[in-house]
Ligand binder design. Structure first.
Ligand SMILES: [Zn+2]
Length: 262
């Protein structure tokens, strides 16, 4: 009976998004362990605000759903005490950050852990965290500077379709979200995935200029570790968008070394 239930669960997983990574995530018999860490020390986004009743936040629930179905073992924290010493980091293969401000996690341990061959996935406000910490900013690829309107559509251009996290996206992806503008960003420090098509976006509400470059998602390698960052993910209707979920899921799989770029 128990086996049947397991088989039924696998069957369900095969039908949903992320099937490509489902088996890979369980390779070698041990499921990859991921921590979703979303403490807000600065601005607290509604998608990571947990209700007082103690349930997971909107974004945590979606990550739990898609990552579990893809075969990962997923944990959730919004408390820096869970990331204070090296042993705590060593419990995980990957950490997904949706933080803001300066949570009191052990950043030295985070970088050491990542460089030893682990996985860091940054979502949206992850770049609005530790913005004065040069090593962290270089690791994640940029620091938040400002943003324009979050409720107006922009056109996102796929620059690199060879990466698993962009293969499902249309060449021009039109969506409304809060688009970050950065400081401390250099194209030499990252491998670009997607950026704003300034020729096809109404720039005024975004406070953007036609001749400037606005990166949206990229990857990096940090020592033996891999970093995937997407600045999308402010709005609830972005989180429920299957394209966005697949973009994030494939970014996680790549960063864990379970899916490769061509
Ligand atoms: Zn935001």
């Amino acid at each position: 009976m128990r086996n049947m239930r397991v088989l039924a669960a696998i069957g369900t997983a095969m039908l949903v998004t992320g099937v490509l990574y489902c088996l890979a995530a369980e390779q070698g018999g041990a499921r990859k362990k991921l921590l979703v860490y979303s403490e807000s020390d600065g601005f607290r986004h509604s998608v990571v605000a947990r209700p007082l009743t103690g349930e997971l936040s909107f974004a945590e629930k979606i990550l739990k759903d898609i990552l579990t179905k893809a075969g990962y073992e997923v944990y959730f924290s919004q408390c820096f005490h869970d990331l204070k010493d090296e042993k705590q980091f060593d419990q995980f293969d990957g950490i997904i950050l949706y933080t803001s401000g300066n949570p009191k996690i052990n950043r030295e341990a985070l970088l050491k852990w990542l460089r030893s061959g682990r996985t860091l996935v940054g979502i949206h406000a992850a770049t609005d965290s530790f913005t004065d910490d040069e090593a962290f900013v270089r690791m994640i690829g940029a620091a938040f500077l400002t943003h324009g309107a979050g409720d107006k559509e922009v056109t996102v251009k796929v620059e690199n379709r060879d990466h698993p996290s962009t293969r499902m996206l249309p060449a021009e992806w039109v969506l409304a979200d809060e688009i970050y503008q950065f400081k401390g960003f250099s194209r030499d420090n990252v491998r670009m995935l997607i950026s704003i098509d300034t020729g096809k976006t109404n720039l005024e509400p975004q406070r953007m200029k036609a001749d400037e470059y606005y990166p949206v998602a990229w990857t990096r390698e940090e020592g033996k570790g891999r970093v995937f960052y997407t600045s999308l993910g402010h709005r609830e209707d972005v989180w429920t968008n299957p394209l966005y979920q697949d973009h994030v899921l494939a970014g996680v799989a790549w960063a864990l070394g379970l899916a490769e770029a061509k």
